[in-house]
Design a protein around this ligand. Structure first.
Ligand SMILES: Nc1ncnc2c1ncn2[C@@H]1O[C@H](COP(=O)(O)OP(=O)(O)OP(=O)(O)O)[C@@H](O)[C@H]1O
Length: 277
């Protein structure tokens, strides 16, 4: 695969997915293809999609509605069969879901009759069966505290606001200590204030844990604020990686420092130009 760096843009923009040394790669999508059978015949959503994501990297994915972002993410999660090519985590081909990959969906899909703590424990108990009950509770409580729910351990999920439920979803995903965190528009249903708060919480935990993260978003500002790289998908059918933008802001970042950075509007313009053409 070729890597073409456009020299005359102010920042590093790569027109095809970059290839990294294998020791640096966490997630490798190789010639990925997805075909959905439909009454009108096969619909090829993704074809020849190549993308490598490095260890400890935070990648955001943007692209037009219906291009295949969720399809790609659900294939990485092992929840959607692969039609061609392969996906590997640390060099090992995936064949289904596994505790090495945690998922946060737009709706947190909690068990409504269970408490926040019980919901987080569901995953923890499965992934750490040999830990003592006290140890498993400590893990679940630690992450619930991290997302600001120290006073809501014993509240039923159905009694929590949407934002609080998504906090439980974040705690649940981190608590199983996955190698890769997959996020499908996790803040899409939240008001902008709650969205900002949860972005801060997410990035604070991520800064500490340095889990490889892949997140779909429709929000260009969110994509820039969170990411080391923003990956742009072409429109379907046969969608693939159209462009990749490296975000060179230092970490840890604050929203203010990002907004005031000289490069911010250059990045923003690049992403909007991609989406508009
Ligand atoms: N099970 C399925 N069977 C047939 N077609 C499907 C199926 N799931 C998704 N599709 C189609 O595949 C395409 C990609 O869908 P997908 O949900 O992956 O896109 P997306 O980029 O995540 O969209 P959005 O941004 O709106 O969430 C769409 O045209 C969708 O209608």
């Amino acid at each position: 695969m070729t890597t073409n760096i456009i020299e005359n843009t102010p920042k590093r923009v790569i027109t095809e997915a970059e290839v990294f040394p294998s020791s640096e790669v966490m997630l490798d999508l190789k010639n990925l293809k997805k075909v959905y059978p439909t009454p009108k015949g096969d619909y090829v959503v993704l074809e020849d999609l190549n993308l490598q994501i490095k260890k400890e990297e935070f990648v955001t994915i943007i692209g037009h509605s219906g291009c295949g972002k969720t399809t790609m993410l659900s294939m990485i999660a092992g929840l959607n069969p692969i039609s061609g090519g392969h996906i590997s985590v640390l060099g090992k081909h995936i064949t289904g879901p596994g505790p090495d990959r945690g998922v946060i969906f737009q709706a947190p899909s909690l068990m409504p009759w269970m408490t926040a703590l019980q919901n987080v424990l569901l995953g923890v108990d499965q992934v750490f069966p040999h830990a003592t009950k006290a140890q498993r509770h400590d893990i679940a409580k630690y992450y619930l505290q991290k997302v600001g729910l120290e006073d809501a351990f014993h509240k039923k999920a159905s009694d929590l606001s949407q934002g609080m439920q998504q906090r439980v979803g974040i705690a649940r995903a981190f608590a199983i200590k996955p190698k890769v965190l997959l996020l499908d528009e996790p803040f899409g249903m939240l008001d902008s204030l709650t969205r900002g708060e949860l972005q801060d919480i997410l990035i604070e935990i991520w800064n500490k844990e340095k889990i490889t993260a892949v997140m779909i978003t429709h929000d260009v500002d969110e994509a820039i604020f969170l990411a080391d790289r923003v990956v742009m998908m072409t429109s379907g059918p046969k969608a693939k990686i159209g462009d990749v933008l490296n975000i060179d802001f230092e970490r840890p970042r604050t929203r203010k420092s990002v907004l005031e950075h000289d490069d911010y509007y250059t990045y923003r313009k690049h992403l909007i130009d991609f989406l508009e053409h």
